[in-house]
Design a protein around this ligand. Structure first.
Ligand code: ADP
Length: 654
């Protein structure tokens, strides 16, 4: 890397021209105290040569010289573009005549000194020219330094920087850029981009270069490989350099190495796709399989296992792949306290990384022999943590020694986190499924058990009523038993539906209208008791292939609800046919259903009213929908709170 050197105090050069070495010595002695660079020339010719080599602040020129004399020399100096502005002071020992002096001035002298001159005066005059010169050149003297600074600054940048002119030639590049092309400045500066990049490279960069030279700032992605074959991802930016007249002089090419960022992005998207894949896994085994597939593919691992905590300090492999059976079999079940990678990471809740098989064997005594036999090398064991609590371990093994990079380790830790969460979700899902299964099983048993004493009780009541003649009392008792039996039948229906035991008995030539009016007639006393008017709107028979019992059940459920939630207002039942459909609608003017509940009331145990005001199991609509759908139909509800609800059932007639 460059370091900035302190810039030396600026010095000017003075050209002393005289054919007498003694005079030159005398001049040097006089000018020495000015501390500038003094250059001697013994003739006009030599003076001209010196002027080719470097710029001078002032020329002290003897007039009388053999060869080119002072005036001739001055004339030549004034002819040359590069030297014509250099002030000339003539020195002469003779002729104080006007004419001579005039000739000197005509030849371009700015001053004219006659020997012997006063040292002090000469020094003062020369000092003035030096000041003028240094002042004029101060800015120009800064130029190389500015270039040097630019170089130093750009060399420190973690980017490839170059300046390319309008002819697509490199004019500047930093060390990173040079390194990229083998660190030979001559191989870059002055060359064209096309020469440097080759036809293939130019085919990619060319369109962007042309856009930059048209004045547009451009940026693009450039995936490459380093000479060693490692991935290298550059992001070149071309920033046009536009002059005051709006002309593009060239552009700055700034290529940033975004390999690390790209790799991080890749890792993030890999983890995202892993998360998406894991969210589809419902069982712990499925989670483990997906995690190992991902981890092994990313890390090029040979084998892997996912262990889950079991009761009583046991860790069990729920899925493993790639291990020799003889190696893994004794370890599929281990104890949390064992000296094995899976147990160690589990206990410590810290990831364990081993760069070689030897390192693994040295750390875990029980593996010392088996490791060697298995031919396995490096290994990683990561705890699966949920809320800081270990629920298992993810183990990966490699077939050779391997040092995982910091990034790779980070990815594995993140993947282990995803794995732990997915396993926890799968466990909760499994628990929930189990709970539902237990509930359904309980329902089935409970409803059968409840039903058993009910039928004899009903018969007994009927017998007693006849015997005792206590009609009124028994009627209430029987009514209660009927309600109880309806509830129990619902429960039985639900458990039949859950276990897929519903059998339909469809018959041809059934009139849906007649069927519905039968149910209405049956329920009429109940409606009358509740003070509800039932209006039946039927214009014509609606004949089709229906399951009588199931349709009756559907109508009964919906009518009971209309009475129950109808707030005592009239209920209208309508049956009609529409094309191949039989359509039944039951409309009440009761309490209605809030919009957010409409979607769920057809679910098992779902209710939209408080238990304190309305009794019920929340099963009627669930059974209704299951039955209607089993018959190939649909049921829908429309409702406005406090205005009433309409339930519409559509059943195919054939
Ligand atoms: P249950 O009546 O035993 O609660 P249902 O499955 O028959 O169960 O009904 C589910 C819920 O839908 C009821 O709790 C009630 O909130 C609502 N509901 C059903 N029918 C009506 C209706 N006609 N008017 C207002 N709400 C109703």
């Amino acid at each position: 890397m460059h370091a900035l050197a302190p810039s030396p105090a600026p010095r000017a050069s003075i050209l002393l021209v005289d054919d007498h070495p003694g005079n030159l010595l005398a001049l040097e002695a006089v000018l020495e105290p000015l501390n500038q660079r003094l250059v001697r020339a013994c003739s006009g010719e030599e003076a001209l040569r010196c002027l080719l080599d470097e710029p001078f602040a002032v020329i002290l020129l003897d007039v009388q010289m053999p060869g080119l004399d002072g005036f001739q020399t001055a004339e030549l100096i004034k002819k040359r573009e590069r030297t014509r502005h250099i002030p000339i002071v003539f020195l002469t020992a003779i002729a104080r005549e006007e004419a001579n002096i005039l000739a000197g001035y005509t030849a371009g002298a700015v001053d004219y000194l006659v020997k012997p001159f006063e040292p002090q005066i000469l020094r003062t005059k020369v000092a003035v020219f030096i000041d003028l010169y240094l002042e004029a050149h101060r800015h120009r003297a800064d130029e190389p330094r500015a270039a040097q600074q630019l170089q130093v600054i750009t060399d420190t940048l973690p980017a490839l920087v170059a300046y390319i002119d309008a002819e697509e030639r490199y004019r500047f590049c930093n060390v990173a850029y040079r390194d990229w092309f083998g660190n030979v400045p001559e191989a870059i500066l002055g060359r064209t981009v096309r020469e440097r990049l080759g036809e293939d490279g130019y085919a990619v960069a060319g369109p962007f270069i042309r856009r930059a030279l048209a004045g547009e700032a451009v940026r693009y992605d450039l995936p490459l490989q380093t000479r060693a074959g490692a991935p290298l991802h550059l992001e070149p930016h071309f920033i046009p350099d536009i002059d005051a007249q709006g002309r593009v002089r060239g552009f700055v090419s700034l290529a940033i190495d975004v390999t690390a960022r790209k790799q991080a992005e890749d890792r993030t998207s890999q983890l995202q796709s892993a998360a998406a894949s894991l969210s589809r896994a419902l069982t712990p085994e499925d989670v483990a399989r997906r995690v190992l597939d991902q981890a092994m593919a990313w890390m090029e691992a040979t084998a892997g296992a996912v262990y889950l905590q079991q009761p009583e300090g046991i860790l069990r492999s729920i899925y493993d792949v790639g291990y020799p059976e003889s190696y893994v079999a004794p370890m599929r079940e281990c104890r949390e306290s064992d000296e094995l990678p899976a147990s160690d990471a589990f206990r410590s809740r810290e990831p364990r990384f081993f760069t070689s098989g030897d390192a693994v064997a040295a750390r875990y005594v029980p593996l010392t022999e088996r490791r060697t036999a298995s031919g396995l090398g490096a290994a990683a064991a990561l705890p699966l943590l949920v809320d800081e609590r270990a629920i298992g371990t993810l183990v990966l093994s490699f077939n050779a020694a391997r040092t995982l990079s910091r990034e790779d380790r980070g990815v594995l830790v993140a993947l282990a986190q995803l794995c732990a969460q997915a396993l926890e979700r799968a466990r909760l899902f499994r628990d929930a499924e189990e709970a539902v299964r237990l509930r359904d099983e309980f329902l089935s048993i409970a409803s059968h058990e409840l039903k058993t004493p009910l039928t004899p009780l009903q018969l007994k009541l009927q017998g007693l009523r006849r015997e005792a003649g206590l009609e009124r009392h028994f009627e209430t008792a029987e009514d209660q038993v009927r309600k109880l039996s309806t509830l129990i039948n619902s429960l039985l229906d639900v458990s039949r539906l859950s276990s897929g035991q519903l059998r339909l008995q469809q018959e041809d030539g059934v009139d849906l209208a007649a069927l519905v009016s039968d149910v209405v007639a049956l329920i009429a006393p109940q409606a009358a008791k509740a003070g509800v008017t039932l209006a039946l709107e039927i214009r014509a028979p609606v004949v089709g292939r229906f399951d009588r019992m199931r349709v009756e059940q559907v109508v009964h459920n919906l009518l009971s609800n209309a009475l129950k939630y109808g707030a005592g207002h009239p209920v209208t039942v309508r049956v009609e046919s529409r094309g191949a459909l039989g359509v039944l609608s039951i409309r009440d003017q009761g309490i209605g259903i809030p919009p957010d509940a409409l979607g769920r009331i057809f679910g098992k145990f779902e209710r939209a009213v408080s238990e304190r005001h309305y009794g019920g199991l929340g099963l009627g609509l669930y059974i209704t929908r299951q039955l209607v759908e089993a018959m190939g139909g649909t049921v829908q509800a429309e409702s406005v709170v406090d205005r009433g609800s309409t339930f519409r059932v559509e059943l195919p007639r054939v």
